[in-house]
Write a new protein. Structure first.
Ligand code: GLU
Length: 496
């Protein structure tokens, strides 16, 4: 175990098999937080030796998501550091050297059993209702047998010789004292027949060589820890402190997975979540400060986060809570940052829709957005939701069938109202200001003795193609006289 004041070194060690999903992002964040809190180092290590599941392009996706979240690493790919390389596929010479040592010390041995042979034995045991464990057939081979087999090109794996009847003890920060007897562990493979190490082997060597002081990772690895401790012991390595994070479940109580909808950080970015909200929400998955506080800025988390306040109880992923937190951060964001984020969102939207028919052009967006922000800030929970509220300010609207027929069977005389609205707006003199717009429009309501709500409905459909719009007078002001009148005219044409 570590001395308390030892410099903290933690790592996030993803296997590049897909996007960075919520569970892994939480692991990365808890490691990052702990490093930030203790002034320690946060290391990124890519565990890419499982070629069956490897997807090269996901290394980039994972690191981009980490960077987007602001979880920058002190050592790792793109950052260097004195314990590299930080990609396991570039560390095979290191594993080989350590494996030879184990073989010489008779702590590991060659195994020439074929996968077919092992599979058959396993299946037979299972049929008999027994637990399968490798029978150590190859442990009995003489040095000559081994030499002959190797020379004749027989494929082999290397197995770790698990010491018999030993008790493995370790204390997990979250799960407490764990005791396992080696009788339940078979001589597991440490080097596969393709020459690459298995997870439990390379992870232990790397954590030791990279001087990792605290291993913080998902609960699914708790059962791997005894095997890793055997490797630490075989090399006389000190072992780190272990903290296993509780499982994350979907609302149905099943382990969170793709079935539960978007779970990759990339998807959340696309959906218009902001990083402060995601980090805040991730922190609540398994950690709590006082059971009731929900909002924590990253700097508060750095102060308040403690490994000892992580609880074992699986946490349920609650999309609506995340959404609420996101809305909170948007409402409280300063307008200049929100402006940047919204502009980016709208530009991406325009690019994806290939919209070239911009009524007022992207320039208009830039000029108008500052005025639009206060109107929509309280109404959106994601940046993406802003698209419907912002784009009609400068993209030509095309009336839906519903809008075209909206007043067909209604009592209001929409063309008459709109003609009056046209005139009233046209008469607004000087600056086209919301206050004057309001004054002129309310007069119509008085003259017709009709509630303003009814009139507003007609105007909204005409200028917004919807019964819902941001506050009406401000919306008209921002649209501008010319564009508002143009839309009113167009809509009158449609319904007359
Ligand atoms: N590569 C492992 C994974 O992605 C890392 C587990 C660990 O942190 O030890 O699950």
């Amino acid at each position: 175990m570590n001395e308390k004041n030892k410099d903290v070194r933690v790592r996030f060690a993803p296997s590049p098999t897909g996007y960075l999903h919520v569970g892994s992002a939480r692991t990365a964040f808890f490691n990052w937080l702990y490093a930030a809190k203790t002034g320690g180092k946060f290391i990124l290590r890519i565990e890419d030796t499982d070629i069956a599941r490897h997807q090269e392009e996901t290394i980039n996706l994972i690191s981009e998501s980490l960077k987007w979240l602001g979880l920058n690493w002190d050592e790792g790919p793109e950052a260097s550091g004195k314990y590299g390389p930080y990609r396991q596929s570039l560390r095979t010479d290191i594993y080989r050297e350590y494996t030879l040592r184990l073989i010489q010390e008779k702590k590991a041995y060659y195994c020439f059993c074929s996968p077919e042979e092992l599979k058959e034995k396993r299946e037979n045991k299972i049929k008999e209702g027994k637990i399968y464990k490798y029978n150590r057939k190859c442990l009995k081979l003489t040095p000559e047998d081994i030499q002959d087999n190797i020379e004749s090109g027989k494929p082999y794996a290397i197995r770790f010789l698990v010491p018999e009847n030993k008790t493995i003890n370790f204390k997990d920060t979250v799960y407490g004292d764990i005791t396992v007897n080696t009788a339940s562990i078979e001589d597991f493979i440490i080097i596969r027949s393709n020459g690459l190490p298995t997870y439990n082997y390379s992870v232990a060597i790397d954590d030791a060589l990279m001087k990792i002081t605290h291993v913080i990772r998902g609960e699914d690895h708790l059962s791997n820890t005894p095997k890793q401790i055997l490797i630490y012991n075989a090399f006389n390595f000190n072992f780190p402190d272990f903290t296993h994070l509780p499982m994350i479940l979907g609302q149905d109580g099943q382990k969170l997975s793709k079935r539960h909808g978007s779970i990759s950080i990339e998807k959340y970015i696309e959906e218009g979540f902001v990083k402060e909200a995601i980090l805040n929400y991730l922190a609540l998955l398994g950690w709590s400060y006082d059971e009731k506080t929900t909002i924590f800025s990253t700097s508060e988390l750095i102060k308040k986060f403690e490994l000892s306040s992580i609880n074992k109880k699986p946490s349920k992923f609650d999309y609506n809570k995340l959404l609420w937190i996101n809305g909170y951060y948007i409402r409280n964001m300063d307008n200049s940052r929100l402006k940047q984020l919204l502009e980016k969102q709208i530009r991406n939207y325009l690019a994806s829709k290939n919209i070239i028919d911009l009524e007022n052009g992207v320039k208009q967006l830039e000029q108008k957005i500052e005025k639009i922000i206060p109107l929509i800030k309280e109404r959106i929970k994601t940046l993406k939701e802003s698209i419907d509220l912002i784009s009609p300010f400068f993209i030509k609207i095309s009336y839906s069938d519903e809008s075209k027929t909206y007043f067909k069977n209604k009592k209001v005389n929409a063309p008459d109202i709109l003609n009056r609205v046209y005139k009233a707006l046209n008469e607004v003199s000087g600056k086209f200001h919301a206050k004057d717009i309001e004054k002129n429009l309310r007069l119509i309501s008085e003259r017709l003795n009709l509630s303003f709500r009814k009139i507003a409905e007609v105007i909204r459909i005409a200028i917004w193609n919807s019964t819902i719009s941001p506050p009406l007078f401000e919306t008209i002001e921002i649209l501008g006289k010319e564009l508002t009148l143009k839309r009113i005219n167009e809509y009158i044409g449609i319904i007359s």
